[in-house]
Design a protein around this ligand. Structure first.
Ligand code: ARG
Length: 566
């Protein structure tokens, strides 16, 4: 594809030898509206160098930089030099590239040879997969796909919460109040029930907490009964979770969760000891972080059992040894920011330079209209229920609007689940938000179904036209503002994906997808596609086809399907 900006910079540098290409590049802007061209170069910084007023410099530069094959017009306007790209060349270059690259348009090899771990979802065994987890799951899945698309060797890890004192609690609760058949029939709800009961009872019988700690210690010491119960809890929970992952079409390369590190912690504790980082605190072992304005990192409790923190340190070390990562990314709620700062600091103090490559990608909290979610109090909304409801509601809409649609069930799944995912990925990830059934189930405005519909419309336009779409068209026929705007949005996709990777912010892709769909709808409303003039029809159809291709790719980076009909 023609890099107009590069040509612009080269031409500029010929005239402004005092600045490097990189310095010039930083100054180049995209003007707010079309009358000002496609690029603008502000001359204010040059005033000092040339000892002239910016508007005079702009005027002189515009005269020297004559129009050429890449730029059809170069003008000055109040201290700026405005560049108008050669439209035909621009249209041709973008559309040809999309045709050539197809679903790889926007892909790069900048990540070649680099391993990036994206840890996400990381749900807890025996606890509900609730709507609070959807954020990590959906954001992480999208980041994973974005890294892959840009050529990184991405590895997805589900760091299951399958270890810790809560398993001691669960064992105690099960032995006291559990019913095997009921749990087999309805694992998560029943396990949650006895877990909630444990906390209620423990308020008046605090000795239950000691029992729970003792059972977790037994589990860590490989006690047979403890191990058997724990394995059972884990297996039945995973079976339940896999239903949700199946609905979301998400897979993991590894489910190495917290328990996976149970035999890798002694080594870590030894290393901490050797490096004289451990201190005794009433029998517990800690790393003091006062110097860094943080509370101490708790490594072992007084009974010798390990903690969430210890397992994160062991996991990071294991990942470095196993994957030699370039980046090790954790998509985990912002509420755990301190935890991450603490253990990453410990790794740094251990002398591991790669501590800097461990990156916490936080996101805001989801609360319910009735307050914050609380597993212990049983106040949760199950994700499976949300997804199922969204699919049902979509089916109703399809049944009224498009009763003869083939494949109704499948499309309802793709649209209903896509709507939930899209909503999760629309806001800047750090923003907190309140879950509302109503908002989740409206399909109007800047939503997933809106974008999917633009894709389906593009598809039906191509089908209806009944002619072969290819790149042998007269590109000079694509001239109106709506078309050019759409092509700019398509071209902009490439940069957006790279920005999304650098900022670990999939919402940039989501919003750009909406921009493309809106630009497409404006184009569609301003230009007839099925016109008499065959050459014009071919040219416009090609643009429709390119739009369909890019929307599909963009949605796929969000983990969302693009049905051909809906
Ligand atoms: N299981 C934890 C939770 O639900 C999240 C785990 C995050 N990952 C980590 N490596 N600490 O809160």
């Amino acid at each position: 594809m023609i890099d107009f900006k590069k040509h612009l910079l080269e031409a500029l540098q010929n005239e402004v030898k005092e600045m490097s290409i990189e310095e010039l590049e930083k100054l180049v802007e995209v003007p707010p509206n079309y009358d000002m061209g496609d690029y603008a170069f502000p001359c204010f910084k040059l005033a000092k160098i040339f000892r002239k007023a910016p508007n005079i410099i702009a005027e002189e530069l515009a005269k020297k930089l004559e129009a050429n094959e890449y730029f059809e017009k170069i003008q000055n306007l109040s201290g700026y030099v405005n560049f108008f790209v050669n439209k035909k060349l621009f249209v041709e270059s973008v559309l040809k590239e999309i045709c050539k690259k197809q679903d790889k348009f926007g892909a790069t090899d900048i990540g070649k040879g680099k391993n990036v771990i994206v840890e996400f979802s990381s749900v807890n065994i025996a606890k509900p997969f609730h709507i609070g987890h959807i954020r990590s799951t959906v954001i992480g899945n999208s980041l994973f796909k974005i890294y892959k698309f840009l050529g990184f060797n991405a590895i997805s890890i589900n760091h299951l919460g399958d270890y810790g004192t809560q398993f001691g609690k669960l064992i105690v609760a099960y032995k006291k109040w559990g019913n095997k058949e009921a749990i087999e029939a309805n694992p998560i709800k029943e396990l949650l029930k006895i877990y909630v009961k444990f906390h209620d009872e423990a308020e008046s019988h605090p000795e239950l907490e000691d029992e729970a700690r003792a059972w977790f210690k037994k589990l860590e010491d490989n006690d047979e009964e403890a191990f058997e119960l724990w394995t059972w809890f884990r297996d039945i929970s995973l079976k339940e979770f896999s239903k949700v992952y199946g609905m979301l079409d998400i897979e993991f390369d590894s489910y190495a969760g917290e328990s996976f590190y149970s035999d890798k912690m002694p080594q870590i504790i030894e290393e901490l000891n050797e490096k004289e980082l451990l201190q005794d605190s009433k029998g517990a072992k800690i790393v003091d972080l006062e110097e860094y304005d943080m509370p101490p990192a708790l490594i072992t409790k007084s009974d010798g059992s390990t903690l969430y923190m210890t397992r994160d340190i062991a996991a990071a070390k294991y990942r470095k040894d196993t994957y030699d990562f370039y980046k090790n990314i954790y998509v985990v709620g912002a509420t755990q920011a301190l935890h991450f700062r603490q253990w990453i600091k410990v790794i740094e103090l251990m002398g591991h330079e790669w501590a800097n490559d461990c990156i916490h990608v936080p996101f805001g909290t989801v609360s319910l209209e009735e307050g914050t979610m609380s597993t212990r109090k049983g106040r949760v909304v199950f994700l499976e229920e949300v997804l199922t409801k969204a699919v049902e509601k979509t089916k109703e809409i399809i049944t009224t609007k498009n009763p003869n649609l083939e494949n109704k069930e499948e499309v309802a799944k793709q649209v209903g689940i896509g709507a939930i995912m899209f909503q999760e990925l629309s806001n800047n990830r750090i923003k907190d938000y309140t879950f509302s059934w109503d908002r989740t189930l409206t399909f109007e405005g800047e939503t997933g179904p809106y974008v999917q519909y633009a894709h389906a419309r593009a598809n039906s336009l191509i089908e209806k036209a009944g002619i072969k779409v290819d790149e042998n068209v007269d590109f000079s026929l694509i001239t109106n503002e709506e078309s050019l705007h759409l092509i700019k949005e398509l071209e902009g996709f490439k940069k957006v994906v790279i920005d999304a990777m650098h900022k670990n912010e999939p919402s940039l892709v989501t919003r750009h997808t909406v921009d493309i769909a809106q630009a497409f709808n404006r184009f569609y409303n301003s230009c007839h596609i099925n016109v008499e003039d065959l050459e014009l029809k071919k040219a416009r159809l090609l643009l429709v086809y390119c739009t369909k291709t890019v929307i599909k790719t963009a949605l796929s980076l969000l983990g969302i399907k693009a049905p051909d009909k809906m």
